[in-house]
Design a binder for this molecule. Structure first.
Ligand code: PAF
Length: 285
């Protein structure tokens, strides 16, 4: 695996891959890699002879300095994992390579950035994500880029910005990878102590309770969400949000029609976790 830290080096490596006729498949990350990331890379390998991964803890998308400072970082471990799944190029720039002095341009996806995580983390969060993803896509210029469904709102925002700005890249959203008990894999799971780790699975149980309610024929989102809320309450978890929204617009919905996103965010043992499921009720009125 080639490790590059500057954009001009990255471009030279990618130019050489293009000359060899290789397709470029790209997975942006903030490091602290887990099996969910590795699944994205394995998926990327199917679509590109040259798999590029970026490792950049993007300060612009953190609302709280303490969150940025506490974000798990271990580049040597990440490099070993990337090599184990056959990644070809790691782009690991310093902050001033991405945001040089005088940096003044941002990308903002209106409306989709406002609810859910937008409320909880403030408008700068998705502005930071949209700006860095636009920059990374311009730096790498891949044929396809791969993101996880766990960050459902982020995935939607990236699909929208790529469409709106005519970026010539295919965006693939890959399923959430879960631990054996159902907890969604996340870099933040490493910060959970053992009591919090046990409790954290309740987010998945609450989402599953909504799915089961729908499978039993429940059509009202409030009643289905209540089934999940009981489980959260029993564990003393007060979610920041536990909501049923239209999967395309993120607007709240009162009944299950078409595709509904059930999204949850909660602090467990001081660690902020998010998760979601998509519920399809085709043909429902
Ligand atoms: O999902 C992430 O890890 C980050 O938000 C991303 C897409 C790499 C942008 O910094």
């Amino acid at each position: 695996m080639i490790v590059v830290r500057r954009v001009d080096e990255l471009r030279a490596v990618i130019r050489a891959a293009r000359v060899r006729g290789e397709r470029i498949a790209f997975v942006p990350t903030m490091g602290a890699l887990h099996d969910g990331h590795l699944a994205l890379m394995q998926r990327a390998r199917k679509d590109g002879e040259c798999v590029v991964v970026s490792l950049f803890v993007n300060p612009a998308q953190f609302t709280e300095a303490v969150d940025l400072d506490g974000y798990p970082r271990d580049e040597a471990r990440d490099v070993r994992l990337l090599e184990s799944v056959g990644v070809h190029v790691l782009f690991a720039p310093a902050v001033d390579e991405v945001y040089p002095g005088g940096f003044a341009t941002t990308v903002e996806v209106a409306e989709l950035s406002v609810p859910l995580e937008g409320v909880a983390r403030g408008p700068q969060h998705f502005r930071g994500v949209a700006t860095v993803v636009t920059k990374l896509l311009n730096m790498v210029q891949p044929d396809a880029a791969f993101f996880g469904q766990k960050d459902a709102q982020q995935a939607l925002i990236i699909q929208r910005l790529v469409r709106d700005l005519d970026l010539p890249v295919r965006i693939e959203i890959c399923p959430t990878v879960r631990e054996a008990d159902g907890l969604a894999m996340s870099s933040r799971n490493a910060l959970l102590d053992s009591a919090a780790r046990q409790k954290a699975v309740t987010l998945w149980k609450a989402l599953s309770a909504v799915e089961h309610a729908v499978a039993r024929g429940e059509t009202h989102t409030a009643i289905a969400l209540a089934a999940g809320s009981i489980l959260l309450k029993a564990e003393g978890i007060e979610p920041e949000y536990f909501a049923a929204v239209d999967a395309a617009t993120l607007l709240p919905v009162t009944s299950f029609t078409g595709t509904t996103l059930i999204a949850i965010a909660a602090r467990v043992g001081g660690v902020r976790l998010i998760d979601n499921v998509l519920i399809h009720r085709e043909g429902a009125a």
